[in-house]
Write a protein that binds this ligand. Sequence first.
Ligand SMILES: Cc1cc2nc3c(=O)[nH]c(=O)nc-3n(C[C@H](O)[C@H](O)[C@H](O)COP(=O)(O)OP(=O)(O)OC[C@H]3O[C@@H](n4cnc5c(N)ncnc54)[C@H](O)[C@@H]3O)c2cc1C
Length: 338
Amino acid sequence: MRTDPLPPFQAEAEIAVDFAGLDALFRHLADDHGLTLRSGHGRSTWVTVGEGEFGARQRGAATTLYARAHSADWLFTLQEAAAAHLADHAPDAVGLRWTGPAQAGALPPNFSLGRVASVERVSAQFVRMRVQGDGLDRLARDMIHFRMVLPSGDGATEWPRLSGTGQTIWPQPLHRPAYTIRAIDLAAGWLETDVFVHEGGRVCAFAQAAAPGTVVGLIGPGGGGIPLDDRLLIGGDETAYPALARIIAAQGPGARIACHLLGASADYPLPDHPGLTLHHHPRGEDDLARLLVAEAPDAGQFWLATEKSRLQPLRQAVLTSLGVPKTRAHLAAYWNAA
Ligand SMILES: Cc1cc2nc3c(=O)[nH]c(=O)nc-3n(C[C@H](O)[C@H](O)[C@H](O)COP(=O)(O)OP(=O)(O)OC[C@H]3O[C@@H](n4cnc5c(N)ncnc54)[C@H](O)[C@@H]3O)c2cc1C
């Protein structure tokens, strides 16, 4: 039952989908991602995500999908997340019409445009891209990821817009992979992201060729936040190194942080921390999994991210062999080799 006040920004959509199925969907989602699940008298079920929540409510035969948040941009992000989960669960449930603060034709509230200010090499395989822009406040909260939306390349990019029913329309498909905000300065109006340069990467090619002033889209924030603990076990391949840097920098001085670098290189500039121990196992997800099972490290939080199939032995080790609950383990696929 709810006792805390409702978040002030709210949107709802009536849907022709059975409530029981959505109840099961949100329970599954909470279990899968370690989210807090809440329920109201068996007639509503919701998950909390960052500073907001989304869920479904039963009223007679009707079902209402809803999202609530403490800011307009996060509300919109949660609407999009709820809609995506609904589309997976009930692909035939078309015509979602949100009530709430939507303005047809405007840029979506969780989207803004920026301009590439500089690109510089920070290690053998990483370049740091600084993007200058307005409206970055939303990206300076607890969440550390965003999606970089690349221009179409022909000088005629059509950026996403809001439809009359409050959903994002993409007039043309634009490449938009997830990246990590390595640093952000709201007073100066820029953010920096570190791009791992790999074979065939479209963002890699863009970053290496972009002239200062090139326009790029920013969606977010999104993804997980920063785990805080006095005993952390963290690790990942190159794509996770910027997130590892953010996690290390955020810990208190008394924290003990075991950090396992799984990329081929280990020359990425990580911040100093008195409690940090670094271990390098190039492409060693299996080795790390064996080590975790053998040593059963005493960590309050586990945070690991790498390529999807290479994550499997780590999931098995942490969740199954060590029995760490999902609320203390963030295990994320950061890219897909398939
Ligand atoms: C939450 C989150 C945060 C992330 N943060 C960062 C970050 O800060 N910095 C960063 O560099 N990446 C980060 N990534 C990973 C990044 O989104 C992917 O690597 C993405 O595919 C890169 O897009 P691209 O345009 O360079 O490659 P694409 O054009 O999408 O892919 C081209 C080819 O490259 C392959 N590929 C993709 N990633 C790699 C890789 N790491 N090594 C080898 N081949 C690869 C693909 O399988 C594909 O065959 C993050 C991912 C997530 C989910």
